[in-house]
Design a protein around this ligand. Structure first.
Ligand code: DCP
Ligand code: MG
Ligand code: MN
Length: 336
């Protein structure tokens, strides 16, 4: 029935994962990175497990989860709450560093530094802290950027970029990857991949596209423009739809050559956790996977690459899965 298929789509242990993610974030921001790693390992194990935890034994049996963490998982399942989280996140220091690290371009170290320097509010940071250009953008657009957008709005942003690209060259392909392609109902940003099927007409498009998007006022702020000697170009910035009342949204754009499309598409679709699993799988098979290619004949010594191997032909995402020796997974099935 529709109801049971709805249920299937829901992430198992959603509340447990959310609470453990909060714990990891709080420990990261309080400089306890080892504890934070511990929680991240448990979150990864839970996501891979992908079934509802119903007994304490289920929790202890999770890979990388010891008794103390299992107790916490069990407490969340039984009470819906975690007392330790309420305790560590309620201090003035935790609240302030969590708020600061939500600014785009601000990591845990900077957030803590500002706290020790006596900063307590965003207004105070704006007036007195030493901010770089990106952090200034992040702070100015704080409320807009920390909110996720609807899938519908992400689709409109994709469309806007696509139309601008196709005015430059009607043959260009522009598609939203990331959480949008994985079918999520909300998106943190829009990740647009641009390429051209003829394998050469993508060249020169990157700068023209950014220029076109700036010209109409669609792009409001640049964060990172990476146009070095790589085959792929990458842009991180902020855009705003021309509609009345629209908010600033994060937009990422990559331009890739067509022969790298499958690996770029797979990388940019994610999730980050899924990418990590695929890369580890490739390593275990003497290969290496990047956003550029899947290489075979890679030689490693003590984890270091001695020989980077040779790229295999990967005409489609399906071919990448096949070469890795795993069944194909649609984007919707790549959350973990
Ligand atoms: N990516 C990755 N490793 C990272 C960051 C990103 O492999 N450390 C890849 C996988 C991501 C994709 O890039 O899915 C896009 O990155 P985003 O940060 O935009 O993440 P998502 O689109 O998945 O989620 P969100 O809705 O939060 O943007
Ligand atoms: Mg994204
Ligand atoms: Mn992104």
């Amino acid at each position: 029935s529709a109801a049971s298929s709805d249920k299937k789509k829901e992430i198992p242990n959603k509340n447990v994962i959310a609470k453990l993610e909060e714990m990891a974030k709080n420990y990261k921001n309080s400089a306890d990175k080892w504890r934070s790693f511990g929680y991240q390992k448990a979150i990864a194990a839970l996501k891979t497990y992908n079934k509802e935890i119903t007994t304490y034994e289920d929790a202890v049996a999770l890979r990388g989860v010891g008794k103390k963490l299992a107790d916490k998982i069990w407490e969340i399942i039984q009470t819906g709450e975690l007392r330790k989280l309420n305790e560590i996140s309620s201090t003035d220091e935790a609240k302030t560093t969590n708020m600061f690290s939500d600014i785009w371009g601000v990591g845990a170290t900077t957030a803590r530094l500002w706290y020790t320097q006596g900063h307590r509010t965003l207004a105070n940071l704006e007036k007195n802290a030493n901010l770089n250009r990106q952090q200034k953008v992040g702070l100015r657009l704080y409320d807009d950027l920390k909110e996720r957008m609807t899938r519908e709005e992400a689709g409109k942003i994709e469309q806007y970029v696509k139309e601008t690209a196709q005015k430059i060259n009607p043959g260009l392909i522009a598609m939203a990857c990331g959480s949008y392609r994985r079918g999520k109902q909300t998106c943190g940003d829009v990740d647009v991949l641009v390429t051209h099927p003829d394998g050469k007409s993508h060249k020169g498009v990157f700068q023209k596209l950014l220029h076109g998007l700036h010209e109409t006022g669609f792009l409001t702020d640049d964060l990172v423009t990476q146009d070095d000697h790589s085959t792929q170009q990458k842009y991180l910035g902020v855009c705003k739809l021309p509609e009345e009342g629209s908010q600033h949204r994060r937009l990422d754009i990559i331009v890739v050559p067509h022969n790298e499309l499958a690996c770029a598409l797979m990388y940019f679709t994610g999730s980050a956790h899924f990418n990590r699993s695929c890369r580890n799988l490739a390593i275990a098979k003497g290969m290496s996977l990047s956003e550029h290619s899947l290489n075979t004949g890679v030689i490693r010594s003590h984890g270091e690459k001695i020989n980077k191997g040779t790229p295999l032909p990967t005409p489609t995402e399906e071919s990448v899965f096949e070469l890795l020796g795993i069944p194909y997974r649609s984007p919707q099935e790549r959350d973990h």
